[in-house]
Structures are given as C-alpha cells and as structure tokens.
Design a protein around this ligand. Structure first.
Ligand code: NAD
Ligand code: UFG
Length: 338
C-alpha cells in the first residue's frame, strides 16, 4: 500500500498515535501541523518506535495554497483531520477564536480537498456534541445539544460535512465521536503533552502522582452517581488510533457519511479512577472535594456497538492498562517532551 494520507494535527496527542498506527499498517502519512499545541519531539518519538519518521510539513491547515501544494506534490487519497483547538474552558472565554480556528480552517481544508478531487475524510468529533441531559449510554442517534462553543464547533463541522455528502455522492466521510482519550504508547516515546496548562482529569492526576501538583481537586461529589462523582468513558489512545484505521478501511468500501462513537461502553467515576491510579502508581494521591465545574454532565458513556459491528473494532485496553501506560509516559517524561 503506498497511499498518502494527509494527517492534520498529526504531531498532537491522538494524531501522533494514529500516525504511528498508519505507518505500522503500511500507509504513508503526511503530517501537517503548526505545532501550536505540540512538539517536534512527538515525531522523533514515532521514529524511535517505528524506525522511520513520517513526512512532516510545518504549517497551518487554513493555508489553502500550502494544502494545495501538498495535494499537487503527493498522491493523497484521504485526510485524517485532527487539528483544532480543544479546551472547553478556553472556548467559553474566547468563542470567536474557536469558531475561526476550528470551523474556519475546516472549511478551508474541505474547499481545497474539493478542488483537488479528494473526497475521503475522517473527522475528530467529540462526545461533547451530545445533549448532557439525555440518557447514557449515548448511541449515535442520541440527541445532540452541545453546551459550550467547543462542542458547537464540532457539531457545526459535522453538519458542514453532512451538507457536502448531500451535495456530491463522491464524498466518503467518517465522523468519530471520541469519549475520554487517555493513556500513551507503552514505550513511553509518545504521549500527551499539551503546551497549555492541562485541565483534563488524567494529566492532572498524573501530575499529582509525580509531585508537580500537591493535590487533585475533585469537582463535586454530589452528582446522581453511586459515589457522587462524575462518570466518564475513558478509552486508551491506542484503541482510538486503531479505530481510525478501521474507519479508513470502511470508507474505502462505502460512500456517504458515517458516524461512530469511539468509547469502551464502561463508565468510571472520578473516585474510581483516583483509586486505580493509586493502585498502579503506588502513590498516595491527595484529593480535595470542591464545587462542581460549570458545564459538566454527571455521566458520559458511549454505546460503541455500531463501531463494533460495522468496523469490527473492539477496544482492547482496560482502565488499568490506560493508567499504567499514562503513568509510564509521565515517569519517563516528567516535564513532557523536552
Ligand atoms: P492536540 O492539541 O494534542 O492535537 C491537535 C494538533 O493540531 C496539535 O499538534 C496542534 O499543534 C495542531 N494544530 C492546531 N491548530 C492547527 C492549525 N490551524 N494548523 C495546523 N495544525 C494545527 O489534541 P488531541 O487531544 O490530539 O485532539 C485531536 C482532535 O481530537 C482535536 O480535534 C480534538 O478536538 C479532538 N478530541 C480530543 C479529545 C481529547 O480529550 N483529547 C476528545 C474529543 C475530541
Ligand atoms: N475533573 C476534576 N478535577 C480536575 C479535572 C477534571 O474533578 O482537576 C473532573 C471533571 O469535572 C469531569 C471529569 O473529571 O467530571 C472529566 O473531566 P475532563 O476535563 O478530563 O473531561 P471532560 O469529560 O470534561 O471532557 C473531555 C475533553 C473534551 C472532550 C470530552 C469528550 O476535555 O475535549 O472529554 O467526552 F470533548
């Protein structure tokens, strides 16, 4: 197989693990990344694991002449579109930035793809598109109603993709709604290292375990859940990366737009996750219960049956594996990529 796959945001957390999976499966990924939230060390890490690094082009996805040059220079058949901004909190403080960056650059990418007659794309969507009031587990048909601008940008891009497919049957679109990605490659050569201060639970838990933070704040223990803390569906980033390969192979055989949840279907509460991290690390992690965080839903759990039956994709890693691999990454790289 010598197909080129353009991977926007391929140096980032999920992108780097997916680029590795593509290379291992015989694809030729081309990483397009402006490194606004990633490090070139992730590419070096891929090289350490695989023995070879992918083609890397530093630049912005919204730069249509650069993207057209890539399409002219390489025989690109499909695009994995990871790039974008992802902080819910920041999106509430600066919504325009999110609409411009996420929706604006996706529009530019799609227009360039259309001009180059490239019609296959897999888009990184999110569980945040679902209505937090609806019943869990969420199926792909559960009602959508994002409650923050970040989630709105994801749903908006999904709708733009729907419009494209309706306008031209040549399009092959895979929308992957990720639940809560955690973990790292077991080698410890690639992992999660955002440039901004993390506000997701797992990186903060790991920073507490390694001693960079004194304690973990738990945002509320008065939710309608068995132990009162919020429940999420954590999924190993390697399972997520494999999901992209399965989706790509499905799109090679099917036109149209297809949506799949990528989650395990198992919910874990914050207290359960803290206990698991204590067990895996052997560190007594201090926690403090504080008030609820604005915009949090009590439960977000996937129904992954559609991905399992249509894509023959099954998550392989347990919550223990996720914590162990994330801890291994954190211990080998206490300050992230150097
Ligand atoms: P990440 O920030 O690690 O990766 C995004 C990458 O895109 C980074 O390398 C960044 O430098 C790059 N980038 C950003 N804007 C760019 C631009 N205009 N041009 C070129 N490169 C650009 O994030 P991630 O966790 O790997 O997430 C990947 C995708 O998955 C995002 O679209 C995110 O919204 C989505 N997602 C993430 C999560 C999560 O919890 N990590 C959950 C659901 C969905
Ligand atoms: N939490 C704490 N303390 C912290 C950080 C988080 O108690 O210091 C809690 C949150 O309140 C929430 C849970 O841990 O109940 C998980 O929070 P995260 O921020 O890790 O994850 P979210 O479920 O809020 O959102 C994440 C990503 C989104 C993505 C979504 C998909 O941030 O980008 O998962 O479900 F879209």
């Amino acid at each position: 197989m010598s197909d080129y796959v353009l991977v926007t945001g391929g140096a980032g957390y999920i992108g780097s693990h997916s680029v590795l999976a593509l290379m291992e499966a015989g694809y030729n990924p081309i990483v397009l990344d402006n490194f606004s939230n990633s490090s070139k060390e992730s590419i070096t890490g891929i090289g350490k694991i695989y023995g070879n690094t992918p083609i890397v082009i530093e630049g912005d996805v919204g730069n249509s002449s650069l993207v057209m040059d890539i399409f002219s220079n390489y025989d690109v058949n499909s695009v994995l579109h990871f790039s974008g901004l992802k902080s819910v909190e920041e999106s509430m403080a600066d919504p325009l930035k999110y609409y411009i960056e996420n929706v604006g650059s996706s529009l530019s990418l799609l227009r360039t793809m259309q001009a180059a007659s490239i019609h296959t794309i897999i888009f990184s969507s999110s569980a945040t598109v679902y209505d937090p009031e609806s019943q869990v587990p969420y199926t792909e048909n559960s009602p959508t109603n994002p409650i923050n601008p970040y989630g709105h940008t994801k749903l908006c891009i999904e709708q733009i993709l729907q419009g494209l497919v309706s306008s031209n049957p040549k399009w092959r679109v895979g929308i992957l709604r990720y639940f809560n990605p955690v973990g790292a490659h077991p080698s410890g050569h690639i992992g999660e290292d955002p440039k901004q201060t993390p506000n997701n639970l797992m990186p903060l838990l790991m920073q507490t375990a390694i001693g960079r933070k004194e304690k973990l704040l738990i945002f509320g223990d008065d939710y309608d859940t068995p132990d009162g803390t919020c429940i999420r569906d954590y999924i190993h980033v390697l399972d997520l990366a494999r999901g992209h390969l399965s989706a790509l192979s499905y799109l090679e055989r099917h036109q149209g737009l297809h949506i799949w949840n990528l989650g395990t279907g198992t919910g874990t509460s914050i207290k359960e996750l803290v206990d698991k991290v204590r067990e895996v690390t052997g560190v007594e992690i201090k926690t403090e219960i504080t008030s609820r965080r604005l915009g949090d839903s009590s439960k977000a759990v996937a129904d992954p049956e559609k991905a399992k039956s249509e894509l023959s994709w099954h998550p392989e890693y347990s919550i223990g594996n996720m914590c162990a691999d994330h801890w291994n990454w954190q211990r080998q790289n206490p300050d992230g990529y150097q």
